[in-house]
Design a binder for this molecule. Structure first.
Ligand code: NDP
Length: 419
């Protein structure tokens, strides 16, 4: 029995909210709060006839801590699920802290304005100290550790698929299959086709920033940076087939490097078709991926935000996307002194997701774990004071719920490895 305040009502939130409504035993009441209240009201109207969960809605600007505090004090939730954007992570954490309410999210903090001189000073020092240049990192949220501990509340970071399920797969492998994990390759394959020449599967701004950045991986205690898309491999994905995949920087590498003792190397690969890469390069070359404002016909616009307005809304891709995703991790390590390798993965079918919740598989594979993480926190199955990445909790109840809520997983004990 619990009350959840959900912030954001986009692609991922839509799935998380559907899934909360399938789990009315835990979520007796939910409040959907976002910037555009009409979207929250439309979803409430669609879902309330189908569920015992009592749904309310609210308008909130999640960049404004006072507004968030007012909403939390008024609704009195057991936890807040942040499925807005990474830009709002810190304001929502501040509000949770002020109200002593648990916090869950799916992506680590990244500033909206990367030209902000104060942020840039800290960022440039971090690039030098740590050796990776991505705009997002965990330092901002890990800095809340003592404050959350003192307040007696939990912050669960990264409860999506990657980070999220891939991190739980790691905790599960460590608990049940290995004494020590030495190598982790996280493979994210989207074998889906939406029929558009170019579209992104989740928020275009966040997606294109991530994909056009330098790649990096963790090796022997430090980061190794690469040019964007410099390292390419081919892999034959179960139930999808042969795909090209490219090494990217990805946020779970940072927390897994800290939380997996003795790990020697962690890499992340994502599949892209040639057409996607050619479009992205062209947009980048003409300046359309820039986050710096420019003057256009007497007003200021941010090129990547303008591009977002032109691209298909990821939430609208559901009906047209066919094919499957396959996301998982290949682990190599030691058990009882012997070397072994296993591959844990989930395969998700875009059209089946659409039939069930009206979304494509990328939103589905993120929204389901967001609900599961929130349920385990609300039910106090996961209950630790402080700020934690998801691999720091017992993976077993999460793994059971993945099977129960639509993301069944497979363990292959004899997989093909990545060169
Ligand atoms: P969308 O852009 O579809 O949705 C974002 C939602 O947040 C929208 O409803 C938007 O409102 C709302 N929002 C934005 N700014 C504010 C604000 N200031 N105040 C209140 N509401 C706001 O994004 P997605 O659903 O694709 O992504 C959601 C989150 O999931 C992101 O953080 C993304 O990084 C993360 N993600 C994580 C993955 C993982 O595997 N871990 C994978 C994919 C995504 P409006 O409708 O008005 O625009």
């Amino acid at each position: 029995m619990g009350r959840l305040l959900i912030i954001g009502c986009g692609g991922v939130a839509g799935v998380a909210i559907h899934k909360c409504c399938q789990n009315s035993k835990t979520f007796t009441e939910i409040c959907i709060a976002s910037r555009t209240k009409e979207k929250c009201d439309a979803l409430k109207e669609k879902l309330e006839k189908t569920t015992d969960t009592v749904i309310t809605t609210a308008k909130v600007d999640a960049d404004n801590v006072d507004e968030l505090i007012r909403l939390i004090r008024d609704y009195k939730p057991d936890a807040v699920l942040n499925v807005a954007l990474p830009y709002q992570d810190l304001t929502i954490m501040d509000a949770c802290l002020a109200c002593k309410v648990d916090y869950i999210d799916t992506a680590n903090y990244e500033p909206e304005d990367t030209d902000d001189p104060e942020w840039r000073k800290i960022y440039e020092k971090r690039c030098k100290d740590e050796g990776f240049t991505a705009y997002f990192d965990y330092s901002w949220q890990w800095a809340y550790q003592e404050k959350f501990k003192e307040a007696g509340i939990t912050a669960l970071l990264g409860s999506g698929f990657d980070p999220g399920v891939t991190s739980v797969f790691t905790a599960y492998a460590l608990k049940h299959y290995f004494d020590e994990i030495e190598y982790i390759d996280i493979l994210d394959c989207n074998g889906g086709d939406h029929g558009y020449p170019f579209a992104t599967n989740f928020n275009p701004e966040i997606n294109l920033r991530e994909v056009s950045a330098n790649g990096s991986y963790w090796e022997n205690g430090h980061w190794v940076e690469t040019e964007p898309m410099e390292i390419k491999r081919e892999y034959n994905f179960p139930q999808v087939g042969d795909k090209d995949m490219y090494l990217l920087h990805h946020e779970e590498i940072e927390s897994l490097a800290k939380n997996v003792p003795g790990v020697k190397r962690i890499r992340f690969f994502m599949t892209f078709g040639q057409s996607y890469l050619t479009h992205m390069k062209c947009l980048e070359n003409v300046g359309m991926l820039s986050t710096s404002p420019i003057q256009f016909e007497g007003r200021e616009i941010v090129p990547i935000q303008f591009l977002k307005a032109l691209l298909p809304d990821p939430a609208s891709l559901g009906p047209r996307t066919v094919g499957k995703t396959n996301i998982g991790c290949i682990f190599t390590g030691k058990k009882d002194g012997k070397e072994k390798t296993i591959y844990i993965y989930n395969v998700c079918d875009h059209q089946e997701c659409y039939k069930e919740v009206g979304s494509q598989a990328i939103s589905y594979t993120t929204g389901v774990p967001a609900m599961i993480g929130a349920a385990l926190v609300v039910d106090k199955v996961w209950d630790k004071d402080g700020v934690f990445n998801i691999e720091e909790f017992d993976p077993d109840p999460f793994m059971d719920m993945l099977n129960q809520y639509g993301l069944p997983w497979i363990v292959d004990e004899n997989p093909k490895t990545v060169e």
